[in-house]
Design a protein around this ligand. Structure first.
Ligand code: GLN
Ligand code: ZN
Length: 745
């Protein structure tokens, strides 16, 4: 068995299958239509496919244990015995206990789901406390290793590393349990060594975020201890998503045999490596191929960076910057993409080829590298948009005084105190989805589709009037997705046919690709908004997706700063806002649920990000008169450092999630000097439960204590597209009644 690392590897590979086979299989299992054995057989086939793909690509070092039925952080929790007792107490099978943690059961809510660093992947947050009893359970890692060996492959099992695992956990000081946890990792390593495993990969991406000296020291101690074990596989500590700063010298202080550095998101890692002094006989695994975006690698630049690493380290391997989990599986099945775009893209399968090519280039020279790409097609450039951007001044991101605006808007809209509204979408029923599928399949024509959607808008408007809501919405029936809907209408974007990426569990998304200058061809939402407005005398809120969210949920070009791309999207939205206003729409909501999601991991980079993110929002929304009321919606309540940015958006009204956090956010906003309209959600729409009038009235009384009624709006936490009409009608009826009750005092 070879004990060197190999020239090329990937940190992970998509596990959903080329046709989302895993999604279908686990959903069938949940629905009870297939049994555990059938599910397990599908999973084993998918794993074998991945390994064979990697072997056929001639990848030197192949990972295993990167498969997951739901989430790799949850898998690690199981591997260290960290299943909370509230789940073991259910007495379910091992697999059903796992799914209970992921999805909840009647009696027990699921583990919390949250974003995996700056990506669109969501992991389940381990619950760790002083009472958690860790115990090694290496069964899954052993099984995958054995499966691969049966195919003639020696693989490298991957686990989330102990420090990152605890830093991601919640509970009563989870990190204090590091010593105990490292003991369990030692047992897992011993079991893997017994099975003949030669390398193990432990992922420590948490060290690409700001970490204090104690946490860095803890990392050093953890790997010093694991490194000192007598019988163990060689250790590869993978870091990714950015620069790891002082964690690098800390790791170099330990006996770990390989260290992975992300040289795409963290180019500064190279300087740090150069400054680090002797690297011993270690392998540096250079993350040169972007695992988080879909563009082909500039192979010559990557070889140059790889050569710098080779000059510093005894051994170099080429890798992806992070797991390929974050990109679609295979470009070769995309037959409808423009050839000028297709040739510039690389999905997971193609990125493996790049890694292999780069590994060979480091050894044999660059002669066999393919020719560099031609410049992007001229048609991607939009000179008019560029000229408009170049001519922008600060005045283009400014509206009149916000207090005066509020008074003027109130005069025009004549709303009561505590006005009621919703966040935009109404239930996406099976009929609506069916109509969209029929339109795509060609069995329903445009006219028929529009007629169905209009009937839905009419029904939604009538329902809202009947319920007595004050500011209405059209319900977004025509939107497949709040970003894709706009991407399909703007130039500069392309859609894939099969470019699915796991978002969480069985849920996959198909992000659009933003490749060229963005320009609006024609109004995108005006027809729907004005149709809805024609049905009622109450104000109808226009509904747009903000520039930061459009970028966050797309694969974005890297040939210009994100700020410039965001401003291009903002200009298109600015024109849309103006057209909505000219068509008689007096309230416009621009959603920015991703504002906080894409916040850079390191505090030092956050200010610059917020500057352009806020600037783009203001560019989008400041083209309208002060009479027009701009709303925004943010899907969360913990703002942290972002709180001042919310005020800087200069929206007239901000709606936010608040029902689960008991309106606490209002105090935070007040403390940050926020004096505008605010709609703290009084109904947790993430659950099918219908909240009572009393509990919403109670929440509102809390809110009124923190914010004057004149500035307070009454709305749910988020859009209603995932809910059913029965719950929506009942809940909104209670919501309107709660507002009336509190208004009456
Ligand atoms: N307007 C969107 C909706 O109601 C907002 C969705 C979101 O915040 N993610 O569905
Ligand atoms: Zn939301």
């Amino acid at each position: 068995m070879s004990t060197t690392f190999g020239l090329s590897t990937v940190l992970g590979y998509p596990r959903i299958g080329g046709n989302r086979e895993l999604k279908r299989a686990v959903e069938a299992y949940w629905a009870g239509t297939i049994d555990e054995d059938t599910l397990e057989r599908t999973a084993a086939t998918l794993r074998a496919d991945v390994w064979q793909t990697l072997r056929n690509a001639r990848l030197a070092a192949i990972p295993s244990n990167t498969f997951s039925y739901y989430d790799h952080v949850l898998d690690t929790a199981v591997a260290v015995g960290a299943t909370p007792t509230r789940f073991t107490a259910l007495g379910l099978s091992k697999l059903d206990t796992y799914f209970a943690m992921a999805r909840g059961v009647d009696a027990e809510p699921a583990l919390e789901l949250t974003k995996w660093f700056g990506t669109n992947y969501h992991y389940l947050v381990p619950e760790i406390g002083p009472d958690t009893v860790f115990a090694a359970d290496p069964a899954k890692a052993l099984r995958e290793h054995a499966e691969a060996r049966a195919l003639g492959l020696e693989t490298r099992p991957v686990l989330v590393g102990p420090a990152t695992f605890l830093l991601l956990a919640k509970g009563d000081d989870p990190f204090a349990r590091l010593d105990d946890l490292v003991g369990v990792y030692a047992e897992i390593l011993a079991a893997l060594a017994d099975a003949g495993v030669s390398w193990v990969q432990l992922d420590e991406p948490a060290y690409a975020t700001d970490r204090g000296p104690d946490e860095i020291d803890a990392l050093r101690r953890a790997y010093a201890r694991l490194g000192a074990l007598r019988a163990r596989p060689k250790l590869f500590v993978a870091t990714y998503f950015g620069e790891i700063g002082d964690a690098l010298p800390a790791l170099l202080d330990t006996p770990v045999e390989a260290i992975g550095l992300d040289l795409v998101a963290g180019p500064g890692n190279l300087d740090r490596l150069a400054a680090a002094g002797p690297l011993g006989g270690r392998t540096i695994v250079a993350g040169l191929v972007d695992g988080h975006n879909v563009w082909r690698t500039d192979l010559r630049a990557a070889v140059a960076a790889g050569a710098v690493v080779a000059g510093l380290a005894d051994h170099v391997a080429v890798s992806t910057s992070c797991s390929l989990l974050h990109v679609p599986v295979d470009l070769s099945v995309e037959t409808r993409l423009d050839p000028g775009l297709h040739e510039r893209l690389a999905f997971a399968r193609q990125k493996v080829d790049e890694v292999v090519l780069l590994g060979r280039a480091l050894r044999d020279g660059t002669a066999h590298l393919p020719a560099p790409l031609p410049p992007p097609p001229a048609a991607w450039r939009h000179d008019e948009v560029r000229a408009r951007l170049a001519a922008l001044t600060a005045a283009d991101r400014r509206r009149g005084d916000s207090t005066a605006r509020a008074a003027r808007q109130q005069e025009l809209l004549g709303l009561p105190d505590l006005p009621t509204t919703t966040i935009g979408s109404f239930p996406q029923t099976a009929e609506l989805r069916g109509a969209r599928a029929a339109l795509a399949a060609g069995t329903l024509d445009d006219e028929g589709y529009t007629a169905l959607m209009r009937a839905e808008v009419r029904r939604v408007v009538r329902l809202q009037e009947d319920l007595g809501l004050d500011v209405l919405v059209h319900g977004e029936p025509e939107r497949n997705d709040m970003v894709q809907y706009f991407a399909e209408q703007l130039s500069g974007f392309a859609a894939t046919e099969h470019g699915w990426v796991q978002s969480y569990g069985s849920r996959c998304v198909r992000p659009p690709i933003l490749h060229g200058d963005v320009a609006r061809r024609a109004p995108m939402t005006v027809g729907w908004a004005t149709f809805a407005q024609s049905l009622t005398t109450r104000p109808v809120k226009g509904m747009l997706t903000g520039p930061v969210t459009v970028l966050a949920w797309s694969f974005v070009r890297t040939d210009q700063p994100l700020a410039a791309t965001a401003d291009q999207v903002a200009l298109a939205l600015r024109d849309e806002c103006r057209d909505l206003e000219a068509a008689g729409i007096r309230v416009i909501q621009v959603d920015e649920p991703a504002l906080r999601e894409t916040l850079p991991l390191r505090r030092a980079a956050q200010g610059a990000y917020l500057d352009w993110a806020v600037g783009a929002f203001r560019l989008a929304t400041s083209g309208v008169a002060d009479d027009t009321q701009i709303h925004t919606h943010l899907c969360y309540s913990e703002f942290g450092d972002v709180i001042t940015a919310i005020d800087a958006l200069d929206a007239d009204v901000t709606s936010i999630e608040a029902s689960r956090s008991k309106m606490e956010v209002l105090g935070d906003l007040a403390a940050a000097g926020y004096r505008r309209g605010v709609g703290p959600g009084v109904w947790d729409i993430h659950s099918p439960r219908v909240p009572s009038r009393e509990e919403m009235a109670e929440a509102l009384r809390h809110a009124v204590a923190a914010v004057p009624a004149r500035r307070l709006w009454v709305n749910p936490d988020c859009g209603l597209k995932t809910r059913g009409y029965a719950e929506v009608e009942a809940s909104l009826r209670h919501l309107v009644a709660a507002a009336a009750e509190v208004r009456a005092g």
